[in-house]
Design a protein around this ligand. Structure first.
Ligand SMILES: [Cu+2]
Length: 173
């Protein structure tokens, strides 16, 4: 399945889950209200469990998973080969067909309408790096590609109705 399809499916599942929670809460809150003194300790217990669970998830997410991001690969090099790219609704203009392998390159991003994202995905659909494309600014994304193959570029900033289909690609060789 295409990655956009997976995202849509995940989003759809979460919407259904959220609606299900609403229905369960609405259904279980029917009938006469229980005395406050009976409900309060139970509520505090639920709140405590939620607090510590969320804290654990956040510590894990930022402390462990955050270190696995690929940003360390993006190092600035003064002699990098430069690719100026202009983002617009809903395409990346001036995309190169071929990007050289193993040497530092820099994508210079700007936009002519609204904010866009410029995220490069490798052949296994892992994100290599991303930068914002903003009107009136030139943002640099430094990359040295260590794998050959076809790379996909996706917009990661919601930029309008066709945002999900805003893509580009290039070959690293
Ligand atoms: Cu977009």
């Amino acid at each position: 399945m295409e990655i956009q399809g997976k995202i849509l499916l995940t989003y759809g599942a979460l919407v259904v889950l959220t609606l299900a929670v609403f229905v369960v809460v609405a259904a279980s809150s029917r009938g006469a209200p229980e005395p406050y003194a009976d409900v309060q300790p139970r509520g505090y217990r639920v709140r405590r469990v939620w607090f510590w669970s969320l804290l654990a998830v956040l510590v894990l997410a930022f402390g462990v998973w955050g270190r696995l991001t690929p940003y360390s690969k993006a190092e600035a090099a003064p002699d990098a080969i430069s690719f100026p790219i202009v983002a617009r609704q809903y395409a990346f203009e001036n995309m190169p067909e071929v990007v050289p392998y193993g040497v530092p390159v820099v994508f210079k991003l700007t936009s002519i309408d609204v904010n866009h994202g410029f995220a490069i995905y490798d052949t296994q659909d892992r994100i290599v790096g991303q930068v914002q494309a903003m009107p009136g600014y030139a943002n640099d994304l430094h990359v040295t590609f260590t794998e050959k193959g076809k790379y996909i570029v996706r917009c990661l900033e919601f930029c309008g109705i066709n945002h999900a289909f805003m893509q580009g690609s290039f070959e690293v060789k």
